[in-house]
Design a protein around this ligand. Structure first.
Ligand code: CDP
Ligand code: CDP
Length: 209
């Protein structure tokens, strides 16, 4: 059983994906971490964001087992991730790894932007998790504050809008809702309510209803 969870930044898709994975006893891959790792490496090594071949090289040699989610959470890395993610050669270099993860025997949960459309269009369970930019900015602002990153709310909101635009506007695997995805708009829902709604949708899709 492949479960595909897509949605914009800070929509809560990662939280839902992790909980679904635990609930169904499936392995989980946060595909945003792959792009974040490439973005972080590019920043670290001072690679030009226009140097598609060099960035694709970094993507091809990622050591997925060594990814440190905590170290990749900063706003700067998120911004770098969305820039490298617009490059077709970078996406191509990360494709096989994600497809293999999705198709492992027994199934898997993946979350990102293009899981239901590009990585695993055959997934029987597809959720598109979303919320207004304002609601997502509140969440991201709170997360960054908890990490000690002192960024103003307006700046976080502007960053969310810029990332939405870049993720949705790019030519290569843009953020779009799969035609057969079930939409969960959790703007007015708390974490627990959002989880219950996601589980109900997943159960319905699993039952083929
Ligand atoms: O957590 P947040 O939504 O801020 O970001 P993320 O899921 O960690 O993804 C970081 C960036 O990677 C996104 O802005 C996308 O541009 C890119 N990404 C993508 O293009 N495709 C995916 N399957 C996952 C992430
Ligand atoms: O993976 P993505 O960037 O879409 O979001 P996340 O990391 O799952 O969630 C971002 C933040 O929003 C976390 O701090 C969650 O606790 C919070 N949140 C949520 O996930 N769902 C809600 N309905 C409300 C808040």
């Amino acid at each position: 059983m492949i479960i595909a969870i897509d949605g914009p930044a800070a929509s809560g898709k990662g939280t839902i994906a992790r909980r679904l994975a635990t609930h169904y006893g499936l392995p989980h891959l946060d595909t945003g971490l792959l792009y974040r790792a490439v973005g972080a490496a590019a920043l670290e090594r001072g690679v030009d964001f226009a140097d598609e071949a060099a960035l694709a090289g970094i993507a091809a040699s990622l050591d997925v087992a060594a990814l440190d989610a905590e170290a990749l959470k900063s706003g700067a890395v998120g911004e770098a991730a969305s820039r490298v993610a617009a490059l077709p050669a970078v996406r191509a270099a990360l494709l096989r790894l994600q497809q293999d993860f999705a198709r492992q025997p027994g199934g898997a949960v993946l979350d990102g932007r293009d899981i239901g459309t590009v990585i695993a269009p055959e997934a029987p369970v597809k959720l598109f998790v979303t919320a207004t930019p304002e609601a997502r900015a509140v969440r991201r602002h709170r997360e960054l504050a908890a990490r000690g990153e002192a960024v103003g709310f307006e700046e976080v909101l502007a960053d969310i809008r810029r990332r939405d635009e870049r993720d949705s506007g790019r030519a290569s695997a843009p953020l779009v809702q799969a035609a057969d995805a079930q939409v969960l708009d959790n703007t007015t829902l708390g974490v627990e309510e959002s989880w219950q709604a996601a589980l109900a949708l997943a159960e319905r899709a699993r039952a083929g209803r």
